[in-house]
Design a protein around this ligand. Structure first.
Ligand code: FE2
Ligand code: FE2
Length: 315
C-alpha cells in the first residue's frame, strides 16, 4: 500500500469508528489494532487474473474496439462459453441465437458483452471454497447486478455518467464484501452472526468491530488500479456526502443500493423517498418521478434478475 494512501485510510478508519463509538454496544468485541494492521499489510488481497485487469482497463479506454474485447474473451475458452450461455439466457431473450462472441456483440452490444464478461470473471475469481461459510453467493450477485441495473437506469435519466459506467459502479460497489468473505472469512462469519442476532446492519457492525467493506473494497480497487471514480464510489456508497470527490456518483450508487435493499419492504415510492436523505437525492439530480419509475422497475425486474443471477451462478 502506498504511503500517502495509508494516511487517507487511517483518517477514514478513525473518523468512522468515532461515529459509531457512542451508539454501538459492540466495542468490547472490536478486533484489535494488530489484526487491523495484519489486514492492512495483507499481501494477497484478491488479485485478478489478466483477463479481469484487461476488461477493467477497457472501461476507460474510449478507443477500445470490439475486436480487442473479442480477442481477450476468446483467449479464455471457459469465459467465452460462460458469456455465450448468458447471452443465450432468457434475460436477453435471444434463445440460442448467439453462437459467437462477435455475434453477441452485434445482438446485445459491445458494452453489454464487456459487462457480462466482467461479472463472470469476478464471480469466477471469488468462487473458491475458502469463502466464508455465511457468504451467500446468489444473494450477493443478485444484489450487485440489481444495483448495477438500477444505477444504469438512473444514469440514463440524468446527465451525470454513461449508463454502462454506472452499471459497473453498481456491480462493484460491494467489492469489499467479496474481499472480506474470501480473505477474512472468520471475521465475515462473526459479523454475519451478529447481524442476524442483533438486527444491526452489517456496515455499522463492521465499522465498530473491524474495518468496513467500503474500505476493503477501496484497497482492492486501488490494487487493481481501477479508475478514481470507481474507487471513490466503492469507498463512499454508504455515506456519499462524506466523500470529497465524485460525491454525485457516490450518491447515485447509494440510491441504487438503497432501492435494491429496501424496495421489497416498501409499499410505494413515497415510502421509499422518506428513507432518502434529501441532500443525497438532490446531489444525484433525481426527482420523485424518477424514483417512482425506479421503484416499479425494481419490482418488474426482480424475476429477470433472479433468473440471470441463477444462470451466472451456474455458468
Ligand atoms: Fe455496501
Ligand atoms: Fe450494497
Amino acid at each position: 500500500m502506498q504511503r500517502e494512501r495509508l494516511g487517507t485510510d487511517a483518517a477514514y478508519i478513525i473518523r468512522n469508528q468515532n461515529c459509531v463509538k457512542e451508539n454501538c454496544c459492540l466495542n468490547s468485541e472490536r478486533i484489535d489494532l494488530d489484526t487491523m494492521k495484519e489486514i492492512l499489510d495483507l499481501d494477497d488481497l484478491p488479485l485478478t487474473g489478466n483477463v479481469v485487469i484487461e476488461i477493467l482497463g477497457m472501461l476507460t479506454d474510449k478507443t477500445c474496439k470490439a475486436a480487442e474485447l473479442e480477442k481477450v474473451i476468446e483467449r479464455d475458452p471457459g469465459l467465452s462459453a460462460q458469456v455465450l450461455k448468458i447471452a443465450n439466457s432468457a434475460f436477453y431473450g435471444l434463445r440460442g441465437n448467439v453462437n459467437s462472441i462477435a455475434r453477441a456483440m452485434v445482438l446485445i452490444g459491445m458494452e453489454e458483452v464487456r459487462n457480462v464478461a466482467l461479472t463472470v470473471c469476478l464471480m469466477n475469481q471469488f468462487r473458491s471454497s475458502s469463502m466464508a461459510r455465511s457468504f451467500d453467493s446468489f444473494s450477493f450477485w443478485h444484489h450487485s447486478i440489481m444495483t448495477g441495473l438500477l444505477a444504469r437506469e438512473i444514469a440514463d435519466q440524468i446527465n451525470l455518467v454513461r449508463g454502462s459506467e454506472a452499471y459497473v459502479m453498481g456491480l462493484l460497489h460491494d467489492l469489499g464484501i467479496l474481499g472480506m468473505a474470501s480473505k477474512l472469512a472468520v471475521h465475515y462469519d462473526r459479523i454475519s452472526s451478529l447481524e442476524s442476532r442483533r438486527n444491526i446492519v452489517r456496515y455499522e457492525i463492521e465499522k465498530s468491530l473491524t474495518i468496513p467493506h467500503t474500505l476493503v473494497g477501496y484497497w482492492i480497487a486501488d490494487r487493481w488500479s481501477l479508475p478514481e471514480v470507481l474507487k471513490e464510489t466503492i469507498l463512499w456508497h454508504h455515506e456519499p456526502l462524506e466523500g470529497e470527490k465524485f460525491v454525485a456518483e457516490s450518491a447515485l450508487i447509494h440510491v441504487a443500493d438503497l432501492i435494491t435493499t429496501q424496495a421489497d419492504h416498501m409499499e410505494s415510492s413515497e415510502q421509499m423517498s422518506d428513507l432518502l436523505d434529501t441532500e443525497i437525492f438532490s446531489r444525484v439530480g433525481m426527482d420523485s418521478e424518477i424514483l417512482a419509475d425506479l421503484f416499479s422497475l425494481k419490482v418488474n425486474m426482480e424475476k429477470e434478475v433472479r433468473g440471470l443471477s441463477a444462470v451466472l451462478g451456474s455458468a
